[in-house]
Ligand binder design. Structure first.
Ligand SMILES: Nc1ncnc2c1ncn2[C@@H]1O[C@H](COP(=O)(O)OP(=O)(O)OP(=O)(O)O)[C@@H](O)[C@H]1O
Ligand SMILES: [Mg+2]
Length: 377
C-alpha cells in the first residue's frame, strides 16, 4: 500500500473573476478571453472544453501564472494570486508533451521539484517512492524517459506533479499523444488519483468523451467566453445554447413552427406535423426557437405512406456499426439522424424505405435559435 497524503478538500478553492486577455498582434489586438467567471470548488474536477482557439490553454496558463491577464483576477483560497510567480503558486501542470527531463532517470524526474524545495533526504525518498508506487512505476525508476512508452512517460509526469502536493493540478490535453485504449485507461487513473488526493483539477481537452467521463463540471467555451458550466448530464440534456448542443454529442435541430410556454420550463411546440410538450430552456419561447432531439431519441417505424411530409420521411442512408445502426432520414424539416442501439439485424431498414419519425418528447429540449448552424441543411 502506498502512503499518499490524506485528501485535502478544504483548500484549492479557485476563482476566476472577469478574466480578460487581450494579446497585442501585428494587426492591433486580439481578445482571447472575454470576462471569464468561474468558481471552482475545492477538490472539484473541472474540464475546459471547446473548439481550437477558444481560449482553453490561455485560461490554464493564466491560472498557472505563465501569462498575465489584461483584466480580472485569479483568486486561490481567498487571496489574489495574479502577481505571484508561477513557481510560488501551489500548482502543478501536466502537458501533452510530458516535458520530462530526458537526461534524468524516472526517479530524478519525480524528485526534482522536492530537491529544489530542499526537503530532508528521508522525506524526499519516502514521498518519491510513494508517488512512484501509486503510478505503478517502481520497477522503472532507474530508466530514462527515452526507454519508456508514451503512457509510461505520462505516468512519470503525473507522479512528478502529484509529489509536489499541489492545491491545484492543471492538465493541458495530457492524453492526446496516447493511443485510444491507453487514453481510456489513463482517464480513470487520473480521476481516481485526483479524487483520492482531493486536489482541485482544471483539465483542458477538446475530446468530449474525455470531458464527459472525467468531469464534475464541464465548462464549454467559445471565442473566449463561457457558454455553459454544468455537470456532464446537464450540458448534454439541457445545453444552454445551440452551440453547446452541437458541440457536445450529436444533435438534430428541428424547426419549430409554433411554440408557447406551458408552465415553468416547459412548452407546447408544433414539429413534424404534430403538437408535443417538451422541456424548454429559460426564455426559449421568447423568440425563434429550435427543438434539440438527440439521434438516440429518434424512433423510426416503416410505413406504407408514399410522400414525405409531417411525420413521414424516407431513409437516405443506413450504416451498420455492429453495436448500433445509424440512419439519415429525409424529412420535410431537413435531414434527421437516428441511431438505434443493439439493432436486430434482420429488421434493419434499407435506404428508400418510407418511415414514420417519432421521438421521446420528454428527452427533447427547446432552445433559442441563434448562433451558427441553427438548422441542419
Ligand atoms: N501569444 C499570443 N499572441 C497572440 N495571440 C495569441 C497568443 N496566444 C494565443 N493567442 C490566440 O488566442 C486564442 C486562444 O488561444 P488558446 O491557445 O488559448 O486556444 P485553445 O483553446 O487552447 O486552442 P487549441 O484547442 O487549439 O489548443 C487563439 O486564437 C490564439 O491564436
Ligand atoms: Mg490549447
Amino acid at each position: 500500500m502506498s502512503s499518499l497524503p490524506t485528501p485535502r478538500t478544504t483548500t484549492g478553492h479557485l476563482q476566476l473573476t472577469g478574466l480578460e486577455k487581450v494579446f497585442a498582434t501585428k494587426k492591433g489586438s486580439f481578445r482571447a478571453l472575454d470576462r471569464i467567471d468561474l468558481d471552482i470548488a475545492p477538490g472539484e474536477f473541472i474540464t475546459l472544453l471547446g473548439p481550437s482557439g477558444c481560449g482553453k490553454t490561455t485560461t490554464l496558463r493564466i491560472i498557472a501564472g505563465f501569462e498575465t491577464p489584461t483584466g480580472g483576477d485569479v483568486v486561490l483560497d481567498g487571496d489574489s494570486i495574479v502577481t505571484v510567480t508561477p513557481e510560488k503558486r501551489p500548482m502543478a501542470m501536466v502537458f501533452q508533451s510530458y516535458a520530462l527531463f530526458p537526461h534524468m532517470s524516472v526517479w530524478d524526474n519525480v524528485a526534482y521539484g522536492l530537491k529544489l524545495k530542499k526537503l530532508p533526504a528521508a522525506d524526499l525518498k519516502e514521498q518519491v517512492e510513494s508517488a512512484l508506487t501509486s503510478m505503478g512505476l517502481t520497477q522503472m525508476k532507474d530508466r530514462a524517459p527515452s526507454q519508456m512508452s508514451g503512457g509510461q512517460q505520462q505516468r512519470v509526469a503525473l507522479a512528478r506533479a502529484m509529489v509536489m502536493r499541489p492545491k491545484v493540478l492543471l492538465f493541458d490535453e495530457p492524453l492526446s499523444n496516447l493511443d485510444a485504449k491507453l487514453r481510456v485507461a489513463m482517464r480513470s487513473e487520473i480521476r481516481r488519483l485526483q479524487k483520492r488526493l482531493g486536489i482541485t483539477a482544471v483539465y483542458v481537452t477538446h475530446d468530449q468523451d474525455e470531458a464527459m467521463s472525467m468531469s464534475d463540471r464541464i465548462v464549454v467555451m467559445n471565442e473566449g467566453k463561457v457558454e455553459q458550466a454544468a455537470s456532464p448530464a446537464e450540458v448534454y440534456r439541457h445545453p444552454a445554447s445551440v452551440f453547446v448542443a452541437d458541440f457536445i454529442g450529436r444533435a438534430n435541430f428541428l424547426k419549430v413552427a409554433q411554440a408557447r410556454p406551458e408552465g415553468e420550463g416547459s412548452a407546447r411546440v408544433a414539429v413534424l406535423g404534430a403538437e408535443v410538450t417538451t422541456p424548454a430552456a429559460p426564455g426559449a419561447t421568447a423568440g425563434p426557437c429550435v427543438l434539440l432531439v438527440r439521434p438516440e431519441s429518434v424512433r423510426l417505424a416503416p410505413t406504407d405512406r408514399a410522400a414525405i411530409g409531417g411525420r413521414v420521411g424516407r431513409i437516405l442512408s443506413t450504416v451498420f456499426f455492429g453495436e448500433s445502426v445509424e440512419y439519415v432520414v429525409e424529412s420535410a424539416e431537413g435531414n434527421i439522424t437516428a441511431v438505434e442501439a443493439d439493432p436486430e439485424v434482420d429488421k434493419i431498414l434499407e435506404p428508400g424505405q418510407m418511415v414514420e419519425i417519432g421521438f421521446g418528447h420528454e428527452r427533447s429540449w427547446l432552445l433559442p435559435a441563434g448562433g451558427k448552424e441553427a438548422y441542419q441543411d
